[in-house]
Design a protein around this ligand. Sequence first.
Ligand code: SF4
Ligand code: SF4
Length: 282
Amino acid sequence: MMKIAVASGKGGTGKTFISTNLAYIAADQGSVHLFDLDVEEPNAHLFFPERVRDSRAVRRMIPIVNAEICDHKGICTQVCEYHAIISLATTTMVFPELCHSCYGCLELCPTRAISEGFKEIGKIHRSDTGGLHLITGELKVGESAAPSLISETKTSVPQEAQINIYDAPPGTSCPVIEAVKDMDYIILVTEPTPFGLHDLDLMVQTINQIDRPYGVVVNKSQAGNNLIESYCTEHGIEIIARFAQDINIARAYAQGKIVSAVFPEIRTRFETLLQRIRERMI
Ligand code: SF4
Ligand code: SF4
């Protein structure tokens, strides 16, 4: 099994364009799972509008304190590393948005005043398009537990595929690390603008901490613009593919089309990209 993540330092660089087309091409070579881990704004399903086969809620444990038994001595407050439970003189409060559901307070409460409560944080949807299986994590509006849902989405498929492709959330924070930390290869998608370069630099600093192989895909590349090339040369990073800015491709993509299915030259580029990744995996 091969695990490839597609990530970018900011939204709108073409991350979903790369992940959906790569999954489409890979499905010709074996079974593919495409995981949409951009849980706050999943959109890969727009390109594979098959009927959802299965949808389930994801919940996580949030402690409930029985005020009648609580002694307010605050052992729970001392053991909680996340400051998610505070015991005061007359009340003990839980802050669900800080809680990491570690069960520490439940296990160490001397009076057994704490029990399990559950809170829905989102849903996982599954749909099939031939040999391609799309698994989408969708975070509930206002919910902050993106890393939990990402982790659950990544492990939600019972049987393995030959190729797993993960569309990571944009940015460089905890959800991204959760999405890409165990990959065989990470594609960093960027565009040749000062903002694109700035976010690529942040992303490179983040990915360097987890020590996984990675390369850069320049999307919307323009002849004569060497902004990303100069940066990558300076930092010894390989550019594994370029996709030129093209109004016809942009139009087809905006219509929800898999452009590899429409433009043979784009199909060839994605086939080459997949082959390069295979050769560079460790
Ligand atoms: S550890 Fe249990 S008994 Fe002690 S303050 Fe916390 S909830 Fe109350
Ligand atoms: S379950 Fe863990 S994170 Fe949540 S309140 Fe208890 S000790 Fe803190």
